[in-house]
Unconditional design. Structure first.
Length: 320
């Protein structure tokens, strides 16, 4: 019987749990969170879905002396490395999925890299768009037609906390992870919904050898909304993830097709990824090594911006 440990039962952690309940093969799932309210939320959300034959245990304390086939570290970024270290000190781990934003400094990324290498652990980062069937199909459809530009435009997007998702998608679509990032960010620092974390509005520009990405977020509307436009040398695609539609245009801007574009929630994804890891030792999420490269550049940009606005206030990049 496979054994899974889920560390962090908050908003995203409880969605992971809902998905894990759909694993077909019998497994043991241990849910860990020191916050009893978070554990109660996770229990309630588990009741919202049809539970498989898996055994689910809830605890406020880290397990000791266990061997886990998969660990999912779904804490906030500020305590993620500490949580992983505590888990690893007392247990054996084969595979790990880390939530994004991965960590809050390049030093933490390096520390984790060394631990993974020392203990021979495979790891991935949960930037899941590259695992969506819709985006994998789009990449196949593009084929050798070079991606020229990708633009993500929206309101209240959560640029600092969520922009890494689109950087990762861009890297997946062009097959490159060595990117140059340049910010055009506003001077206001806004407290985010995550305690101790902050947001900004503006634009992040990302450059590859022959391709360009821009991610723009403003606060002109009260609701979160965004659109993705992808241009190749021959075609333009417009994606509305909220409407779950994709429009395809030729270079004369003639509409060629309108197609459903399924964007599954986390509660319908984690069990697929977990099953692939435990049965095949691989999955479609971003490998830790590739995501580490993307995160180091990403954190550097935002850390420098926060410090330019409020010098000496931040020792790490306050995003999660």
């Amino acid at each position: 019987m496979n054994k899974i440990v889920l560390v962090g039962a908050g908003q995203i952690g409880s969605r992971h749990l809902q998905a894990l309940a759909n694993i077909k093969n019998l497994c043991s799932i241990t849910v860990v969170d020191p916050n009893l309210d978070s554990l109660d939320r996770a229990r309630n959300r588990l009741l919202e879905v049809s539970i498989s034959s898996s055994n689910v245990f809830f605890t406020s304390k880290m397990p000791v002396g266990e061997s886990f086939d998969l660990a999912i570290i779904a804490t906030s970024a500020d305590v993620r490395l500490v949580a992983f270290e505590w888990l690893l000190q007392q247990n054996n781990l084969k595979n790990v999925i880390f939530e994004k934003v991965l960590f809050q400094s390049a030093g933490q990324i390096q520390q984790c890299t060394e631990l993974l290498e020392k203990h021979l652990i495979q790891a991935w980062v949960n930037c899941p768009r590259r695992a969506f069937t819709s985006y994998k199909k789009l990449k196949r459809l593009m084929g050798k037609d070079q991606l020229v530009s990708m633009k993500v435009t929206g309101s209240n997007l959560g640029l600092a906390c969520n922009g890494i998702h689109f950087v990762d998608l861009f890297a997946f679509l062009i097959g490159q992870s060595k990117l140059t990032m340049e910010p055009e960010l506003g001077c206001d620092i806004i407290e985010s919904k995550r305690r101790g974390c902050f947001e900004v509005f503006g634009k992040l520009n990302v450059y590859a050898k022959d391709s360009f990405l821009s991610i723009s977020s403003d606060n002109l509307t009260g609701n979160k909304s965004f659109e993705i436009e992808i241009r190749t040398k021959q075609t333009r695609y417009v994606i509305d993830e909220l409407a779950q539609k994709i429009w395809e245009y030729n270079m004369d801007d003639k509409l060629l097709s309108t197609t459903e574009f399924v964007v599954p929630p986390q509660s319908q994804l984690s069990h697929i990824v977990a099953s692939e890891i435990m049965s095949k030792g691989q999955c479609d999420l971003t490998t830790f090594s590739e995501s580490a490269v993307l995160h180091e550049s990403y954190l550097s940009v935002f850390f420098a911006h926060f410090n330019s606005i409020d010098p000496d206030r931040f020792e790490i990049c306050p995003i999660s």
